[in-house]
Design a protein around this ligand. Structure first.
Ligand SMILES: NC(=O)c1ccc[n+]([C@@H]2O[C@H](COP(=O)([O-])OP(=O)(O)OC[C@H]3O[C@@H](n4cnc5c(N)ncnc54)[C@H](OP(=O)(O)O)[C@@H]3O)[C@@H](O)[C@H]2O)c1
Length: 332
């Protein structure tokens, strides 16, 4: 079987496009001692990758044209030269968007639960779920009875935040782009309300809302519009600013002064800096999934040839829930 990988072909001019990527053949060298050969089954498509695609580093890591796209994946060990792993083991780690790749076994985590739903290890039970949990409980310090606004409400993290907020006794108001996504937020996800930020009446729909907590995934005009709806001494968990990743589209804030006037706490955070809470978060998230109190939608791109289109579609806000490249063809 010929192996292949997805590379960044060129820096985007304007918005990220499918032609900025290419699928190319790759040779895999024989394994060195301590390495495992992994066949990814699911590859995570993440908004932050756009920052690297535009040429800016993420935590010191840059991506040059010609290099393979890399992100978190769940896969199966095909061959192992390390005693800790055996063929057939399901593992999670960071790797290239590639049909098979060699990696030191020490950089892989073996997964023993939910083998039939590998995508969950990249969504509700992966970094996205932990980011949602930490943002809500450690950063925003949400309390029962509070009103919580969450942007990107049908995105991976936003949908988990809203469901966890409901589970914690909060009134949850989602913000999403389009009537269909809003109906999903109030239907399947169980939010009290969902406001459509693409609708002309978006500004009006925020009138009268008094939220103690806002969970921000998007930034830009959306955050600007929400600021008046946050109460005095309210808190904002600043998780993501996906609207700013393409710096060719800048936004000037009109309502930033409200942070000072209402003494609103703006709390940016990185999930990696809350490692002490990860185990507790994962226990709670696993319990919520097993109790049927937490679900996650997944939008699949099937095969490496579809990976770039899936990534672009996610950046355009077209995906529902977690965007994933599916490589083993197995239906979830
Ligand atoms: N702080 C941390 O440690 C940490 C960790 C992981 C991820 N993050 C960040 O958290 C955010 C959410 O991640 P995610 O995995 O949930 O992403 P996601 O599943 O792609 O959802 C993001 C949502 O943002 C909206 N959106 C996308 N592109 C947009 C654009 N250009 N302008 C306006 N809205 C846009 C879309 O919803 P609508 O179209 O419905 O609005 C989409 O559903 C991202 O910014 C990500 O980088 C932060």
């Amino acid at each position: 079987m010929a192996d292949a990988r997805v590379i960044l072909q060129r820096r985007p001019e304007g918005q990220v496009g499918i032609a900025d990527f290419a699928v190319v053949p790759v040779e895999i060298a024989p394994l060195a001692a301590g390495e495992a050969l992994v066949a990814p089954a699911r590859i995570s498509l993440d908004p932050y990758l756009a920052i690297q695609v535009y040429g800016r580093p993420v935590r010191g890591v840059t991506l040059e044209p010609g290099e393979a796209m890399r992100s978190r994946m769940v896969g199966t060990v095909v061959e192992s030269r390390d005693p800790s792993l055996a063929p057939g083991d399901m593992v999670r780690g960071v790797g290239p968007w590639q049909s098979r790749f060699a990696i030191p076994a020490a950089q892989l985590e073996r997964l023993d639960t939910l083998r039939d739903r590998p995508e969950l290890h990249l969504s509700a039970l992966g970094t996205s779920g932990i980011t949602a949990w930490v943002g809500l409980h450690r950063v925003a310090r949400i309390a029962p009875g509070e009103t919580l606004i969450v942007s990107g409400a049908t995105g991976t993290i936003g949908s988990i935040v809203g469901q966890l907020g409901r589970r914690h006794g909060c009134d949850v108001i989602g913000i999403a782009g389009g009537a269909e996504k809003c109906a999903h937020a109030t239907g399947a996800l169980g939010f009290e309300r969902c406001l459509d930020h693409r609708s002309e009446s978006f500004g009006e729909s925020l009138c009268g809302i008094e939220a103690q907590v806002h969970f921000e995934n998007v930034g830009g005009a959306l955050l600007d519009a929400v600021l008046p709806a946050i109460t005095e001494h309210g808190r904002i968990a600043l998780c993501g600013m996906v609207a700013h990743y393409d710096t060719s589209r800048a936004h000037s804030f009109r309502n930033l002064h409200l942070l000072l006037e209402k003494v609103i706490e703006l709390r940016p955070y990185r999930v990696s800096e809350h490692a002490a809470s990860h185990a507790e978060a994962l226990r709670d998230l696993t319990a919520a999934v097993e109790a049927g109190e937490l679900t996650c939608d997944h939008t699949f791109a099937d095969g490496l040839d579809a990976a770039a289109a899936g990534f672009v579609s996610m950046l355009q806000g077209k995906a529902l829930g977690k965007s994933i490249v599916r490589l083993d063809g197995r239906e979830a």
